[in-house]
Design a protein around this ligand. Structure first.
Ligand code: NAP
Length: 294
């Protein structure tokens, strides 16, 4: 192996997460050279200006030529076209990883398109802000967060080890699990909370004007926290719900049942039930704070 972890790294997509990882690679001198691929000139110009890429291109096939590591960091809806575009140009033995928020689709959509002599290591850093684009990235975004890798059953152990070390050098705690399990866990911890935030902010948006201005004025009472989540990237979240449909619908079903039970408790004045639930949820918050994930 060279003095760098990877001689040549290609990013397909260099937005919030891609650029953050590129910053980590620059900081740790983990890549001999970095080439970034994006459709828009302004994205490519920004990647060069910030200094997170040595070269840029709009052609994914061009980007992956001779790359030892390919990081797919586009929205999920671009996976199919990306797979088709890069398949014929990947170097034998290259590692192909991704950062997508839904994992079962890598084996379903991407893997069948790629040659057998590359090593695919699907990944998901559970980190990020509501911002998008290359200028929003920063290396520290990953520190002390979890990164979930969902290795394929017959995946290459060395490739998994190298991708694990990469995320560890970003300050992440790395765990592995199977892709379906990942998608179920994230449906309740991330996808459903976003759906609820989008719904609440959507409901407020549709209120009559006088009420709406009061909502904004008094937003510090709770609404404000939902607006931060509901400001997340629309394309990314559209793709998450379309690609993790079954798990999200399953969790939504459970949530709806619990919501109906709460509605009933309020209607019938069952204070004990409400207090019992709120006491248990408070304990969850404490354990998240203790786990330093707050
Ligand atoms: P982002 O900031 O919007 O960046 C997306 C990047 O992909 C941009 O550079 C964009 O540039 C490029 N792109 C879009 N469509 C493309 C296409 N068809 N071909 C090539 N490049 C394309 O998004 P992000 O937040 O980094 O999210 C990227 C991935 O990370 C998503 O799969 C998301 O699920 C995952 N993720 C996000 C977060 C988060 O909090 N943001 C956290 C964990 C994982 P152009 O528009 O110029 O092409």
């Amino acid at each position: 192996m060279s003095e760098f972890a990877f001689n040549r790294v290609a990013f397909i997509g260099i937005g919030h997460i891609g650029s953050s990882l590129a910053h980590v690679m620059r900081r740790g001198k983990l890549a001999g050279s970095i080439i970034a691929c994006a459709r828009r000139q302004e994205t490519r110009d920004a990647a060069l200006r910030i200094g997170i890429a040595d070269e840029v291109t709009a052609d994914p096939a061009e980007a992956v030529k001779n790359a030892d590591l390919v990081v797919i960091a586009t929205p999920l809806s671009a996976y199919l076209e990306t797979g088709k575009a890069i398949a014929g140009s990947l170097k034998p033995g290259a590692i192909v990883t991704d950062v997508g928020s839904v994992k079962a689709l890598v084996a379903k959509e991407l893997l069948p398109l790629l040659p057998k002599d590359v090593h695919v290591v699907p990944g998901h850093p559970i980190a990020g802000t509501e911002n998008s684009g290359p200028e929003s990235g920063f290396a520290e975004v990953f520190r002390n967060r979890w990164c979930i890798l969902t290795p394929l059953p017959d995946g290459d152990a060395t490739a998994l080890d190298r991708v694990t070390k990469l995320w560890e050098s970003a300050g992440m705690n790395v765990v592995t699990m199977d892709a379906e399990h990942h998608d179920m866990v994230l449906a309740i911890t991330s996808h459903l909370p976003h759906l609820i935030a989008y719904t609440i902010v959507g409901t407020a948006t549709d209120l009559e004007d006088t009420l709406k201005s009061e909502v904004i004025k008094f937003s510090a009472s709770g609404f404000r926290d939902f607006t931060r989540i509901a400001a997340s990237d629309p394309v990314m979240w559209r793709d998450i719900f379309l690609n993790n449909r079954d798990a999200v619908l399953e969790m939504l079903q459970r949530f709806t049942e619990d919501l109906t039970a709460l509605q009933r408790a309020i209607r019938h004045g069952e204070g004990d039930k409400l207090q019992d639930l709120f006491t248990r949820t408070r304990a969850i918050r404490r354990s998240i704070v203790e786990a330093k994930q707050a």
